[in-house]
Design a protein around this ligand. Structure first.
Ligand code: AKG
Ligand code: FE2
Length: 210
């Protein structure tokens, strides 16, 4: 454990080694565990549910206009345009709480971010298919800090060549960081699950090239 790391404890009070790489090769993923008390995490979950301008995600896939059940939002330092699934969105200005969460993520990871993509999964029916966050607009191999609030969900990585998979659970109020060549070599997904009936909010702080 690096001496600048803030020590986090898991559910059983066991120290989490935030330097431990969860990927066996070709990238780096660190799980910081819960950064917040139950009360703080509940507070942020409620604030995000109520203050973020959630919109159903739209996509054009194989000529079809698709509207997802999952909701999304896009915030940033400036009105960056972010294009995915052939649809451009302009970043909204930071809210007070998003700025707080950005600062906390920056302090934990030692990296600064200029934008945040948010996802709202209403229940376990909603998830996200395998993808990498390797769009041209993102700084190559830059760190992505992922904060989760609400229902605990399973998260998977799959190596693009070897197909090896790594699985973990993203807890209420937890931080995960994906960095180095992770997006080049690994896909990730949030699988749907019958076991979860509660909503979850995820924030991914990112660095856009400007
Ligand atoms: O919900 C999550 O934990 C992951 C979201 C994700 O992969 C993304 O927004 O690119
Ligand atoms: Fe992603």
């Amino acid at each position: 454990m690096g001496k600048n790391n803030i020590q986090t404890l898991d559910l059983f009070g066991k120290a989490i080694n935030t330097d431990q790489n969860l990927l066996p090769y070709d990238g780096t993923v660190n799980y910081f565990g819960k950064l917040f008390s139950q009360q703080e995490a509940d507070y942020y979950f409620d604030v995000l549910m109520n203050t973020i301008e959630w919109k159903n995600d739209e996509a054009f896939i194989m000529g079809k206009h698709i509207i997802t059940k999952r909701k999304v939002a896009w915030y940033g330092d400036e009105a960056y345009s972010y294009t995915y699934s052939n649809k451009s969105k302009l970043a909204l200005p930071w809210t007070k709480e998003l700025l707080e969460l950005k600062k906390i993520s920056e302090a934990q990871t030692g990296v600064t971010y200029n934008s945040c993509l948010l996802n709202l999964y209403h229940n376990g029916d909603e998830g996200m298919a395998y993808h990498s966050d390797d769009e041209k607009a993102l700084a190559k191999d830059s760190a992505i800090a992922s904060l989760s609030f609400g229902a605990e969900r399973r998260f998977l990585f799959k190596h693009k060549q070897s197909k090896e998979t790594i699985t973990l659970f993203l807890e209420h109020g937890s931080l995960l960081v994906m960095k180095d060549e992770t997006q080049t070599n690994w896909l990730h997904r949030l699988p749907p699950t019958k076991k979860v009936n509660q909503p979850r909010v995820n924030l991914t702080f990112r660095t856009m090239v400007v």
